[in-house]
Ligand binder design. Structure first.
Ligand code: ASP
Length: 365
C-alpha cells in the first residue's frame, strides 16, 4: 500500500476511534441494512500509481466506520455481501443479492437497505432488484468515483446520503433508487453517462427524481411508475443466457449467429435509430427466431422509444420492441421473462412479453 493509501486509511481509522465503539441502538431511528458489494467506493490506490486503483478492497465495516455521522440517521447493520469490481458482477450474484434483500425486508423487517456497488454496472443490478424485490421499502444503491484512499474521496458523503435516503419515509414506494453526488434516480431509466465525473449518471427520460443534502431528502414529484412488479425468484434460480449485440453501419449480423451458437436463449439488439438494422442483420434475426430465440429490438440511441412495427415489422419477424428500456435493461427483463416462461405457468407469451416491455416490467394478466 502506498503513502496516500496508508494515510487515508489511518485517517479513516482515526475517525472511527473518535466515534468510539458501536453506537447504542436508538428506538427512534429506522433500521437500515448496509450490504457492501465492492466497487471504487471500496477501492484503494495501486502501489506507485498516482491515479490507478483497485476496486473492491476495503471491508464493509471500515467503509461504514469511516462515516460515524451515519449513526445519527439510522441503526445500521453492515454485511459484506461480496467485494468485487462491478465489471465482475454476475447473474448468480444478482439472484443471491435479491434473495438477501427480500429476506432483510420481509423476514428481518429492516426499514430500508443500502447497497454499495461499483458504478460501472450499478444501473443493471439496481434494475434487476427493481424487478425482483417484493417490498416497497427503500432500497438505495450508492457508489463513488474516487477510491477510498483518494485525497478527497466522494464515497463517505455518498454513503451518508444513501443512508439518509433509505431512512426517509418519503422514499417508500419509489422502487429501487440510485444516488451519487446528491442526485436521486429511479433505477429504470438511469444510465452511466460520464466515465470520470463525480456525478456520472443521467436519466434517459425523467431526470433525477430527487435530491439529498445535509438538511433533507426532497423528491420533485410523486412516484411515476405505480405498482411494483415482483418476480419471486427462488434462491437457486439460474437465469438464461441473453446477449446484447450492437448494430452499426455495415453490421452483418454475424454476432447474432455466434450468440445463438453459444447458447443464447434471447438476444437484445442495440439497433440504430428506432431499433433498425441492416438487411443482413434482419436475415440473422430470422434465423435466430426460427430456432426459438427471443429477439428484442432496442436502440443504441440514449433516449426515445423503440416502437413496434415502425420501420422493421415485428409482426413479420416475430420480434419484440423494447420501448423505453435501454439494451442493458431490456436484457434483464428478457432474462426474467424467459425464466418465467420456463418455470412459471405458460401464458400467451407474445402478447404478454410485448406488454411487459411497454410497461418496463413483468405484467400479470
Ligand atoms: N470499475 C469500478 C466498478 O464498477 C468503477 C466504479 O466503481 O466506479 O467497480
Amino acid at each position: 500500500m502506498n503513502f496516500f493509501a496508508k494515510s487515508a486509511l489511518a485517517a479513516s481509522l482515526f475517525c472511527t476511534m473518535l466515534a468510539g465503539s458501536a453506537p447504542a441502538y436508538s428506538e427512534e431511528l429506522p433500521r437500515v441494512l448496509i450490504l457492501a458489494t465492492g466497487g471504487t467506493i471500496a477501492g484503494v490506490a495501486k502501489e506507485n500509481s498516482a491515479t490507478g486503483y483497485d476496486a473492491g478492497k476495503i471491508k464493509a465495516e471500515d467503509l461504514v466506520n469511516a462515516v460515524p455521522q451515519i449513526s445519527k440517521l439510522a441503526n445500521c447493520d453492515v454485511e459484506q455481501f461480496c467485494n468485487i469490481a462491478s465489471q465482475d458482477m454476475t447473474c448468480d450474484l444478482w439472484v443471491r443479492l435479491s434473495k438477501r434483500v427480500n429476506d432483510a425486508l420481509t423476514k428481518q423487517h429492516y426499514d430500508g437497505v443500502v447497497i454499495t456497488h461499483g458504478s460501472d454496472t450499478m444501473e443493471e443490478t439496481a434494475f434487476f432488484l427493481e424487478n425482483t424485490v417484493e417490498r416497497d421499502n427503500p432500497v438505495v444503491f450508492v457508489g463513488s468515483m474516487r477510491p477510498a484512499t483518494a485525497i478527497s474521496p466522494d464515497g463517505p458523503a455518498n454513503l451518508y446520503y444513501a443512508v439518509k435516503i433509505a431512512s426517509a419515509p418519503e422514499s417508500h414506494n419509489r422502487g429501487v433508487l440510485v444516488t451519487m453526488c446528491g442526485n436521486i434516480f429511479e433505477s429504470r431509466d438511469i444510465y452511466k453517462s460520464n466515465i470520470n465525473s463525480l456525478d456520472p449518471y443521467s436519466s434517459r427520460y425523467n431526470g433525477p427524481v430527487g435530491r439529498v443534502d445535509e438538511g433533507a431528502v426532497r423528491y420533485y414529484s410523486a412516484p411515476i411508475y405505480g405498482e411494483r412488479p415482483y418476480w419471486g425468484l427462488p434462491a437457486d434460480a439460474v437465469l438464461p443466457k441473453v446477449d446484447i449485440v450492437h448494430a452499426y453501419a455495415g453490421y452483418d449480423g454475424d454476432s447474432i449467429d455466434a450468440a445463438v451458437e453459444h447458447g443464447a436463449r434471447g438476444i437484445v439488439i442495440a439497433g440504430v435509430g428506432n431499433g433498425n438494422m441492416s438487411k443482413e442483420c434482419i436475415e440473422a434475426v430470422k434465423r435466430a427466431v426460427s430456432k426459438g430465440v427471443k429477439v428484442v429490438r432496442s436502440s443504441r440511441v440514449v433516449s426515445g422509444f423503440v416502437h413496434r412495427n415502425h420501420e422493421v415489422s415485428d409482426d413479420e419477424l416475430g420480434t419484440l420492441a423494447s420501448y423505453d428500456l435501454s439494451p442493458e435493461h431490456a436484457r434483464i427483463l428478457l432474462q426474467l421473462l424467459i425464466y418465467h416462461l420456463d418455470n412459471g405457468p405458460r401464458q400467451n407469451y407474445q402478447l404478454d412479453l410485448q406488454k411487459c416491455f411497454e410497461n418496463g416490467y413483468f405484467v400479470k394478466h
